[in-house]
Design a protein around this ligand. Structure first.
Ligand SMILES: Nc1ncnc2c1ncn2[C@@H]1O[C@H](COP(=O)(O)OP(=O)(O)OP(=O)(O)O)[C@@H](O)[C@H]1O
Ligand SMILES: [Mg+2]
Length: 207
């Protein structure tokens, strides 16, 4: 009871309603700075301290690192030590964690390194050269965004190559194929791979 009062005390009526609505999904639409993050933090605390849900069964996903840190700090104040047992982080961080633990099922070596945007661009330049093209003529950034878009549609280089409609797409296909080989040789995943491979893992082995 005390816990419940604590957690609901600093919320306005709409926020309180969102925190207490624990049966089924809830979508919150509200303007910037209106208290959305506060609702999510309090909702997690409510699930743990009032509803008795195990922190191991809760995942809190954010888009940016900054938001993840903020969520962690706020939750620390609300549930202290239980924060450790939550799955809390950005989409990419959580996918990376899952892939290190379970990725073997789809052929991923758990010691993989993660390439950031800069690593990605330099590897792409190498890929462009290795398929016999000039990185000055084919902007690595343009190719990078085409590859990102392919990966977000779960297209492998082979899938992509089979569905090209223009010369540029043909170039992207060739570079994508080489780029992916180079990543594999370095046991590296780029940011898009983290998401794509996690989805692939879930589809492959839902358990
Ligand atoms: N009911 C409330 N009572 C007092 N302060 C509140 C309340 N709700 C939110 N705040 C404060 O208002 C500020 C903004 O809240 P919060 O960060 O949760 O909003 P947000 O909607 O997530 O913002 P953003 O759009 O920037 O992500 C924070 O300092 C928060 O502590
Ligand atoms: Mg917020």
């Amino acid at each position: 009871m005390r816990d419940m009062i604590d957690i609901l005390a600093d919320l306005n009526p709409a926020q309180r309603e969102a925190v207490e609505a624990i049966n089924g999904p809830v979508l919150i639409l509200a303007g910037p700075g209106s208290g959305k993050t506060r609702v999510i933090a309090h909702r997690v605390a409510y699930l743990i301290r009032v509803c008795g849900v195990s922190p191991h069964g809760i995942m809190a996903v954010t888009f940016t690192n900054k938001a993840a840190r903020e969520m962690e700090a706020r939750l620390h104040r609300l549930v202290s030590g239980s924060v450790r047992d939550l799955t809390l982080g950005t989409f990419h961080a959580i996918c990376a964690r899952i892939l290190r633990r379970e990725g073997r099922a789809i052929g991923i070596d758990p010691r993989f390194v993660i390439y950031d945007d800069e690593d990605q661009l330099s590897l792409l330049k190498r890929g462009i050269q290795e398929v016999g093209l000039d990185p000055k003529q084919y902007a690595p950034r343009a190719i990078a965004s085409a590859i990102t878009s392919a990966k977000s549609r779960m297209l492998t280089p082979q899938d992509y190559i089979q569905s090209t409609h223009s010369y540029f797409e043909e170039v992207v296909g060739r570079v994508y194929e080489r780029y992916q080989q180079l990543l594999t040789e370095s046991n590296a995943l780029d940011f898009d791979d983290l998401l794509m491979k996690a989805v692939q893992l879930f589809r492959n082995s839902p358990e």
